[in-house]
Design a binder for this molecule. Structure first.
Ligand code: NAP
Length: 438
């Protein structure tokens, strides 16, 4: 029997568990740990609440979770309640699937002003992550600046621009729905330090900005490169640029019918956030591309900004005793191997890139490494205590473990509390989750 501990119950964690089951069959026991009492990581707290079809993948993870050889161990923070070294004593392999939950800093003056948030915090707020449920952003100003030209920037801009009825069927938490419905924002500026040919936005998600009831995207034709140059782009990016061209071609009188303007500002990099106490503006420097990189030109301008959300990527949270690559912001690893018996997978391995589905080959890949290491003798001969050993340790430490069955009770309570047409009303604090678990 082989015992595997997976830390993190998001997509990377569950795909790894599925791969381990396929590989070892009945000869494996997998424990999936999460510091929250609820599973699914980014599916629950990262994927936009109005993208319910993407969240449907959780049904696949549930299938894995309900098998006898896989167990959910919720409400246990590895690195705090239990150390990686303790788990390594008990399990043949420990796989860190902890994602990249921390915001990257902009590294510019004014970053600590009020109403300036990283996307992990802001997305966590509208998705009901217990750590960010109290963020309470002030949406009473007229202008929001969203920094970055990736899909997270699109999620944030879209949610800031939606009308109440456009949240029907979503699982946005009530505190965020109320705040967004009362929002006074009429201008959302998306800032990109490079040009339209360097955006990270995917075409379908970008196209959604053109379908909003209350808001219209504004792209200046003059910012778009010569259309002939699009031919050299990779097909997905070419489609996204075609969407930008459609936005640019929309007549002004049609855009003017919408209350909220979603403005694309290309080739500007943030230099400073301005304000006393609370942010009121952002200073940017015009850039030019040098070998694909944004280089400052020394030409500056300012935009008003009553709210700033920086969507520039994420970092993995280091765990004491686990080698960390500071520059890359993830665990130091060689194709998923960190140390003998210690692995990482998903964003914790490769950084915050790709779709949910990218984690599937990642999960299968790390299990291949475990198989190679068993064959090579690096993982010893087995005989570790696995879950029985962990249960004894948890009892000794007095940990309040939340099981998958407990989670199903939380899930049921959330479904019962849902607004009409919504799939759930999430609990946003850990105590309430644990109470619902009984
Ligand atoms: P991303 O795709 O890497 O985009 C980050 C953006 O931030 C880029 O435009 C980048 O510009 C910019 N940026 C980075 N550092 C900056 C700085 N210091 N100043 C100004 N701009 C800066 O990251 P993401 O949007 O966080 O998304 C993470 C992953 O999740 C992506 O793979 C994304 O596709 C995925 N995701 C998918 C969906 C979906 O499919 N619906 C939704 C959300 C997220 P440069 O290119 O110049 O570096």
């Amino acid at each position: 029997m082989r015992h595997i501990a997976i830390i993190g119950s998001g997509p990377a964690g569950y795909y790894t568990a599925e791969a381990a089951q396929k590989q070892f069959g009945e000869d494996v026991r997998v424990d999936i740990f999460d510091k929250l009492p609820v599973p699914y990581g980014l599916i629950r707290t990262g994927v936009a609440p109005d993208h319910q079809s993407i969240k449907g993948v959780a049904r696949r993870y549930e299938k894995t979770a309900l098998t006898d050889n896989v167990r959910f161990v919720g409400n246990v923070a590895v690195g705090k309640d239990v150390s990686v070294a303790e788990l390594q004593e008990l399990y043949d392999a420990v796989v860190l699937a902890t994602g990249a939950p921390c915001d990257r800093d902009l590294g510019i003056p004014g970053e600590n002003l009020d109403n300036v948030f990283g996307s992990a915090a802001f997305v966590g707020w509208y998705n009901g992550h217990p750590q960010f449920a109290d963020l309470d952003p002030d949406l009473s100003g007229g202008t929001a600046v969203v920094i970055g030209m990736g899909n997270v920037a699109l999620d944030v801009a879209r949610l800031l621009a939606k009308k109440d009825c456009e949240f029907d069927g979503s699982d946005i938490v009530s505190h965020a729905l109320e705040a967004l419905c009362a929002s006074k924002i009429e201008r959302v500026i998306l800032l990109g330090r490079r040009g339209p040919h360097q955006i990270m936005m995917t075409p379908k998600e970008l196209g959604e900005l053109g379908q909003l009831e209350n808001a219209a995207p504004h792209v200046d034709k003059a910012d778009l490169p010569d259309p002939e140059e699009d031919a050299f782009l990779e097909p997905g990016l070419r489609k996204s640029v075609a969407v930008l061209r459609e936005f640019a071609a929309t007549p002004e009188h049609i855009r003017a019918e919408k209350r909220i303007a979603l403005e694309f500002a290309f080739m500007v990099r943030p230099k400073a956030l301005i304000g006393e106490g609370k942010v009121t503006g952002i200073e940017v420097e015009r850039t030019e591309l040098v070998k694909g990189r944004a280089v400052g030109t020394g030409e500056f301008r300012r935009f008003p900004a009553d709210l700033v959300v920086s969507c520039i990527g994420y970092r993995t949270l280091p765990i004491p005793g686990v080698p960390f690559d500071e520059r890359a912001g993830r665990f130091a690893n060689d194709e998923g191997r960190i140390l003998p018996g210690l692995y990482c997978v998903g964003w914790a391995r490769r950084g915050p890139s790709g779709t949910i589905g990218t984690n599937k080959p990642d999960g299968f890949g790390v299990v291949d490494k475990i198989v190679e290491d068993i064959a090579g003798g690096t993982l010893g001969r087995g005989g570790k205590q696995g879950r029985e050993g962990f249960d004894a340790l948890a009892a000794e430490k007095g940990l309040e473990v939340v099981t998958f069955r407990d989670w199903k009770k939380i899930e049921e309570a959330e479904a019962k509390a849902a607004r009409e047409g919504a799939p759930r009303e999430k609990f946003v604090d850990i105590e309430a989750m644990i109470r619902a678990a009984g």
